[in-house]
Design a protein around this ligand. Structure first.
Ligand code: UDP
Length: 323
């Protein structure tokens, strides 16, 4: 049985949908930002809070857990700057509760959702896993702290882990049965598509004076199904004992500026966007683009879906959004 904490969230629910094909799955989620309807019906669902040790103990007492995937976290850079304790409490302290229970039940396999935000403002074009980690916001710091805890637990308790540092997750399941749904929505691609659907008046570009070719921030967008597939491979590597303490970037290796993303959305959908230039958003680095060579050479993973495919799947989902 695989425990997926945060399996009702955007990325977690896409991983669960792939995982149930080969594994028994139990999802623990407090539904604070996730959606019950997003959890595949083949998974067992437990509503509970990671910060509540009794909820976590109950799951480990009830099911024979052999590995844990952990997606339950807050992930908004701007919000983390305004309310850091919310981030340290949930992303850091609650994860410690989970790890304590895992160690008590001798569950030693862990897949952790980390982030490009651990790198801060990189001094390289393509960020690889050896690039310096100097996060510039509390969100990135909360994730990096957990990464350091995992390394310590590998030494002290023989924890086997894979850390996956996501770049910008986007897109939706090809079937449109699940997709991205945040309230409030802050992510670029859903915001653009909502505007194109007439659900919001305009798109604000957060800063057009960055040191990039068109002045807007560059990000590496990766399809959520590609992300999900990386988790399946990482789990296999842990279960077979092939990997024990690894960090992998997950990105496309291609950067797109905010303006380029808007133009691609217009091209894919055939609808013209209403755009304004606004102030910079706190905590945003100018450019974050991944090298994912390491996971390709070690686990054979690479992103297979490009920005057009990400936007096309996302567009299908937003047109008939079900939750
Ligand atoms: N962004 C923007 N307008 C928006 C939302 C996002 O200009 O309404 C920019 C944001 O500043 C960043 C990029 O789009 O440079 C991606 O932001 P998102 O919140 O999607 O992901 P993040 O990079 O923060 O994880």
């Amino acid at each position: 049985m695989i425990l997926v904490v945060g399996g009702a969230g955007y990325i977690g629910s896409h991983v669960v949908k792939e995982l149930v094909e080969t594994e028994d799955v139990v999802v623990l989620d407090n539904l604070s930002t996730g959606h019950r309807a997003a959890v595949d019906s083949r998974a067992i669902f437990v509503k509970g809070d990671l910060g509540n040790v009794d909820d976590v103990l109950m799951v480990f007492r009830s099911y024979p857990i052999k590995a844990v995937m952990h997606f339950a976290a807050y992930s908004l850079v701007g919000e983390s700057v305004v309310d850091p304790l919310k981030y340290y409490q949930n992303n850091m302290a609650s994860t410690i509760t989970l790890l304590k229970v895992m160690m008590r039940f001798k569950v030693k396999r862990f897949i952790f959702s980390s982030t490009a935000a651990t790198y801060g403002i990189p001094d390289v074009e393509l960020i690889d896993e050896t690039s310096a980690t100097m996060p510039i916001n509390p969100y990135g710091r909360s994730k990096l702290m957990v990464e350091q805890v995992l390394a310590d637990l590998a030494t002290s308790d023989g924890l086997n882990y894979v850390i996956l540092r996501y770049f910008n997750a986007a897109g939706a399941h090809e079937s449109s049965s699940i997709g991205e749904s945040h309230d409030p929505e802050t992510h670029l691609i859903p915001i653009i598509l909502q505007q194109l659907l007439g659900q919001r008046e305009k798109i604000s570009i957060y800063g057009a004076d960055y040191d990039t070719p068109d002045g807007t921030c560059i990000r590496d967008y990766i399809h959520v199904t590609d992300l999900a597939n990386a988790h399946i491979l990482a789990l296999k590597a842990l279960l077979t004992g092939k990997k024990g303490a690894e960090i992998y970037n997950l990105g496309n290796g291609l950067g797109f500026s905010v303006k380029e993303v808007i133009e691609t959305c217009e091209k894919v959908t055939g609808v013209k966007a209403n755009v304004e230039i606004a102030d910079r958003r706190a905590g945003d680095p100018a450019r974050l683009v991944a090298s994912s060579d390491k996971i390709f050479s070690e686990l054979g993973w690479k992103a297979e879906r490009n920005l057009e495919k990400i936007i096309a799947d996302s567009w299908k989902w937003h047109q008939k959004q079900q939750y």
